[in-house]
Write a protein of this length. Structure first.
Length: 117
């Protein structure tokens, strides 16, 4: 009698070395459909839904981290008087904004103003 051939074509998924924190979330059908659309557009092997969400969120978090770093007054190129003016304006607001948030707000308002011309 001949030995059977192993026909298991699935690759075993390896657990991460560290166990992360479980974040349970629900998705509305429209968002879930968009995630599924993204999954079929990536090259095989296709990620699971949780892996797809991780892959989508990672770059977004990196992007927002760059925004915060990129709006550092020294990196943006503000001199001391410009930074002081922004600080004074920021303190006059009813809601407390961080300096990067204040700079981002001023940039958005400036862009709106430019588009309105």
């Amino acid at each position: 009698m001949s030995k059977s051939i192993d026909v298991n074509t699935k690759t075993q998924k390896r657990r991460p070395d560290q166990t992360g924190t479980l974040v349970g979330t629900r998705f509305q059908p429209e968002m879930l459909a968009r995630i599924d659309e993204w999954i079929v557009r990536v090259p095989p092997p296709y990620p699971s839904r949780p892996e797809a969400v991780r892959r989508l969120i990672g770059p977004m978090l990196d992007y927002y981290r760059q925004l915060d770093v990129g709006l550092d007054p020294q990196i943006v190129g503000l001199d001391a008087s410009e930074k002081h003016s922004i600080e004074q304006w920021r303190k006059s607001l009813p809601d407390e904004l961080s300096l990067p948030e204040a700079i981002r707000h001023l940039i958005k308002e400036g862009l709106k103003h430019e588009r309105g011309k």
